[in-house]
Design a protein around this ligand. Structure first.
Ligand code: 6GU
Length: 227
């Protein structure tokens, strides 16, 4: 998979892709992440990328020309399955969206900043609009990192068996059960006996009960949709 991210503050996104799982996924050749500085496509000597909005609204708006140049250049090089715009008024990201996007070959992620982008960018180029929740960030960059991470860890070969996405919270619509490691007794706080019993089937039953209980108490909204 190839992910092209367009933004005017790339520094906000560098370290996450240079660490841990996303780094290893790139080293293994399972994903390519390319960051594109919108400023390089800016107008004139000052490389202008934003301007005042028509109608006297407060705040600057990213102009269509630099974004058009950047996206058109990418689209001339290869076909994209999605051009995603990160915006608080987009569709709220969930696991099923991440699963869907992880099946794509090439995607572009555009990060808004300031008051966002000229509406005509959205009308002309954008195929999907994504938010990561009902709160406001300073720009789409951190949200783009969240989206890319959620996608990349689902690509075949990225996670080992031990970290398999199959046992994630949400992958089966349930929250994950509690987990424990050594010591079995920490200052009187004991690991549940069942986990030390070696009884595989009973342990799996216990995990399912715990997952159901957690989902019911913490996320009744998810629980409703089960069965
Ligand atoms: Cl995608 N962008 C911004 N600026 N704020 C957000 C968001 C995105 N998702 C949640 N809040």
């Amino acid at each position: 998979m190839r992910i092209d991210i367009i933004s005017c503050v790339l520094d906000l996104m560098r370290s996450p892709f240079e660490a841990s799982i996303t780094k290893r996924a790139q080293e293994k050749g399972l994903v390519e992440v390319h960051l594109h500085d919108l400023r390089e496509f800016g107008k004139g000597n000052y490389r202008q990328i934003d301007d005042y909005q028509f109608g006297n609204g407060a705040g600057m708006v990213l102009m269509i020309e630099p974004i058009d140049k950047c996206i058109s250049q990418l689209q001339a090089e290869r076909k994209y399955d999605a051009v995603i715009y990160m915006t608080p008024d987009g569709e709220t990201l969930n696991q099923s969206m991440a699963n869907h996007y992880s099946s794509f070959e090439n995607i572009i992620i555009l990060c808004g900043h300031y008051k966002g982008v000229d509406q005509r960018v959205r009308d002309k180029f954008i195929t999907h609009e994504v938010s990561i929740g009902d709160f406001v960030l300073s720009g789409g960059e951190l949200a783009a990192v969240v989206l890319a991470d959620a996608i990349i860890r689902l690509l075949p070969g990225v996670l080992s068996d031990e970290t398999s996405a199959l046992t994630d919270s949400f992958q089966d619509g349930l929250l994950a059960p509690p987990v424990y490691t050594r010591p079995a007794d920490y200052e009187g706080m004991k690991v549940p006996d069942i986990l030390l019993s070696g009884h595989e089937r009973k342990i799996e039953e216990w995990r399912m009960e715990q997952a159901l209980e957690r989902t019911k108490t913490r996320r009744p909204d998810l629980f409703k949709h089960l069965k």
